[in-house]
Design a protein around this ligand. Sequence first.
Ligand SMILES: C[S@@+](CC[C@H](N)C(=O)[O-])C[C@H]1O[C@@H](n2cnc3c(N)ncnc32)[C@H](O)[C@@H]1O
Length: 259
Amino acid sequence: MRARTVRRLTEAGCIFAEEEARLLVAAAHDERILEEMVGRRTSGLPLEQVLGWAELAGIRVGVRPGVFVPRHRTALLVREATAVCPPGALAVDLCCGSGAIGMALAARVRRLRLHAVDIDPAAVACAARNLSGLDAHVYEGDLFGPLPAALRGHVDLLTANAPYVPTSEIDLLPREARLHEPRRALDGGEDGLDVHRRIAAEAPAWLAAGGHLVVEVAEHQVPDLVGILGRAGLSARVVRDAKLEASVIVATATPLLAR
Ligand SMILES: C[S@@+](CC[C@H](N)C(=O)[O-])C[C@H]1O[C@@H](n2cnc3c(N)ncnc32)[C@H](O)[C@@H]1O
C-alpha cells in the first residue's frame, strides 16, 4: 500500500513523497479512504488540508480545505509572543485563520484569556473548533471591529499573522497556495503591508500600558513596518530566525501612548 502511494505521489510531482505517503497511510483507516486521500493530494490539495491537520510549534492544529495552512516559520511568532505573555494575560489574535497561534499560545501560557478574530467564515468555523474547550472567544469580522469595547486599553498581547504577500507576487506563490488558500489570506496589497498599517493605527488604543503587538512579515518588509509601528507610537524590536527563515517584530506600547 505504502510503495504504491509513494509511486503515485512521486508521479504527481510531490517532492516529499516518502514522508507524505507515511502520513497518508497512517491517517487512512482503510484502502478506500487512502485512495480518496491520495486522489485529493495528487489533484493538488495541500497535504495538510487532505490530512485535516497541520503542525505549528509542536501543536497539531485542525485545518479544512479553504483555510490557510499554518506555516512552520510562524513558530517564531509563537516563541516571541510567549516570551512577553505572562500567566493570565488577555490576548487577542487578529487574522487568526485556523486559530493556530492561539492554540499554541494557550498550550504555553497558563490561564490565557484569548479572543480571536478572522474575516473569513470558513476560518472562523475552523478556529472555533480548534479553540473550543479553551478560555477563548472567536469572532467573525474585520480586524478589531467585532471585539468587545471593554477590551480597549486592556490587551496584554496582540498577535497578528496577517496577509503580507505583495499583490504583484501572488502569481509567484506555489500552486497549492494560489489555488487552495483564500486570496484574502495571502494578499497584503501593493507593498504587502495594507493590513499591518491598519493594525498599527488601532493597536495603541487596544493595548494595555506595556502591552505588546507581535507580527510576522517577510524580511524585506521589516524596515517599512518598523517605521509604520514607530509612527503609530509603538517601540519596535526585530527578531529573526535563520533556520525558520522567519522575521517577527515585537512592538511595545509605551505607558504614555497606550490608550
Ligand atoms: C496569513 S493567514 C494567517 C492565519 C493564521 N494566523 C496562521 O498563522 O495560520 C491570514 C488570515 O487573515 C485573515 N484576514 C485577512 N484580512 C482580514 C481582516 N481585515 N480582518 C480579519 N481577518 C483578516 C484571512 O482570512 C486569513 O485567515
